[in-house]
Design a binder for this molecule. Structure first.
Ligand SMILES: Cc1cc2nc3c(=O)[nH]c(=O)nc-3n(C[C@H](O)[C@H](O)[C@H](O)COP(=O)(O)OP(=O)(O)OC[C@H]3O[C@@H](n4cnc5c(N)ncnc54)[C@H](O)[C@@H]3O)c2cc1C
Length: 474
């Protein structure tokens, strides 16, 4: 195939958004991919929240991500109008979110406070709500919220409706050639100094001097063989997420998104009113180095347990309409990868993790401007070759936060420990991780003391003593 100014690989929200933006700007685009609903694709499993404040937690010391999410959210109304102009398909867009904190997760209230501060930074209004008055919430008494914050500007859409509209736009756009199939590899010039296109599984060659990899969690398989040409880049990992839709009449759906803050390495528990599409419930999160191949019984249990106890006891007898899952593309350093990399002609648009739907119009605009060699319409802090200068995380703090999440995962669903034992377990886990990972002198000394203590009492009871010393000394 010849005559394309850019080949976009991937038919998820990012690939399609980029193809439309580039074609609207006058470029001739080949859009390569099997379609948006292939098993394991992230986009159709999303709700989707356009989470600016809702995704913020107290662990996010750096405001770069918050600002980028905010700027991305501002593009949405105009972007949806443009899609509507192409297809006449209006994608429903809702606004308003209540973030609740309950006692199921010890960090919820701190994270609510972090959201309140983030709102002040961005000048966005938020409002305290009596947690008993959250509209559309009917939790089991033991799981009732203890605080609630309304974020009236926070948006949401129906990802399925968006994908249908984007797919229709791509298929009808005179500037986009839809090339069904899967890219096997990226082609380079004989001197290996620039890209020349991609080759598909059926050996078709799609030729162009510019290739955008937006293949979600499948990007790594195309990118890693090029490492000697691109230079070292953060790996693109897969973070499997599971969600489902419950049959709930529109009149019984909440008027806005209800969510918890992020929890247990995931985007918190949330419900999104999809009108006649039912009530969307999301989402779990599990990292893997290769795209995972399906949801597990435990993931469904965790989601349904959370929904029925923390949000809506009345849905116990409701019908589950469909189960969804997908691999979120997550970069190893936690930030998206947007723009050119070390190999001329090769651009990346991935690593969006929990926010790829929200960021789609922003990323499409940045990639298109880069292809046209124009200034990007909004600042791109996520260049693949110049990684954001996040302050180096405090190693010990990272382990403490991670151990708290892990403890919460172990207790999920519905596990409780008596007294203060959740904190004790989390502290012990953090100390164990510190001993396993760190190698400074303090750690060596601590290890020696523990060994000596156990050597003095080499019994099962001695192990328990070590635990006690440890827990009380940290
Ligand atoms: C349960 C869940 C809930 C989520 N909730 C939200 C949310 O509320 N808000 C939000 O903003 N984000 C959310 N996300 C994250 C968001 O869905 C992703 O960040 C985003 O969809 C990534 O889009 P993508 O186009 O890069 O990837 P994908 O949607 O995975 O698309 C990649 C496409 O590339 C194709 N492909 C792979 N390899 C190749 C190849 N070699 N050749 C050609 N094509 C290939 C795949 O078939 C796939 O269709 C959620 C994700 C999940 C799983």
């Amino acid at each position: 195939m010849r005559g394309h100014e850019v080949v976009v690989v991937g038919t998820g929200v990012l690939g399609m958004a980029i193809a439309v933006a580039a074609a609207d700007a006058g470029l001739r685009v080949a859009l390569v991919g099997p379609g948006y609903s292939t098993p394991g694709a992230a986009s159709p499993a999303a709700g989707a929240m356009l989470g600016v404040l809702g995704e913020h937690t107290r662990a996010d010391q750096d405001m770069t991500d918050l600002m980028f999410r905010h700027e991305s959210a501002l593009l949405w109304p105009g972007w949806l109008d443009a899609i509507d102009d192409h297809t006449g398909i209006g994608v429903p867009f809702g606004q308003g979110m209540v973030v609740i904190a309950n006692l199921d997760h010890p960090a919820d209230r701190d994270n609510l406070e972090a959201i309140r501060q983030a709102a002040a930074t961005l000048g966005l209004p938020v409002e305290e709500l009596d947690p008993r008055q959250v509209p559309g919430l009917r939790p089991a008494p033991r799981h009732a919220p203890v605080a609630a914050l309304v974020c009236p500007h926070e948006g949401w859409i129906n990802a399925e409706a968006l994908l249908v509209a984007l797919d229709t736009t791509c298929r009808g756009h005179p500037g986009v050639d839809r090339v069904p199939g899967t890219a096997r590899s990226v082609l380079v010039t004989p001197d290996r100094h620039a890209v020349t296109g991609v080759v598909l599984d059926d050996n078709t060659r799609v030729v162009s001097e510019s290739v955008v990899l937006a293949a979600g969690a499948g990007t790594e398989a195309l990118l890693s063989p090029l490492v000697s040409l691109t230079g070292s880049l953060p790996a693109v990992l897969a973070a499997k997420g599971v969600s489902l839709t419950i049959e709930v009449p529109e009149s019984a759906q909440p008027p806005m998104v209800i969510r918890t803050p992020n929890r247990d390495f995931a985007c918190g528990l949330h419900v999104i009113p999809h009108g006649r599409g039912g009530l969307y419930v999301g989402a779990t999160n599990r990292f893997t180095t290769a795209p995972a191949t399906g949801p597990t019984a435990g993931e469904h249990l965790s989601l349904l347990h959370g929904l029925l106890h923390q949000f809506r006891v009345d849905l116990r007898t409701a019908t589950v309409k469909n189960l969804r899952w997908g691999n979120r593309p997550a970069s190893a350093d936690g930030a998206p990868l947007i723009g050119p990399c070390g190999l001329p002609g090769l651009l990346l648009a991935t690593g969006t993790y929990r926010n790829g739907i929200l960021m789609a119009p922003a990323i499409a605009a940045i990639i298109t401007a880069t292809l046209l060699d124009r200034p990007t319409p909004l600042c791109n802090p996520y260049q693949p070759t110049a990684r954001p200068s996040h302050p180096q995380p405090n190693f010990r703090q990272l382990l403490i936060e991670g151990a708290a999440h892990m403890t919460s995962v172990f207790l999920n669903p519905d596990g409780t420990l008596p007294y203060d034992r959740e904190r004790q377990l989390s502290t012990t886990l953090a100390s164990l991780l510190n001993l396993a990972f760190a190698d400074d002198e303090d750690v060596d000394l601590h290890r020696e003391q523990l060994r000596a203590q156990l050597a003095a009492q080499p019994t099962i009871e001695g192990v328990c003593q070590v635990f006690d010393t440890w827990e009380t000394s940290t």
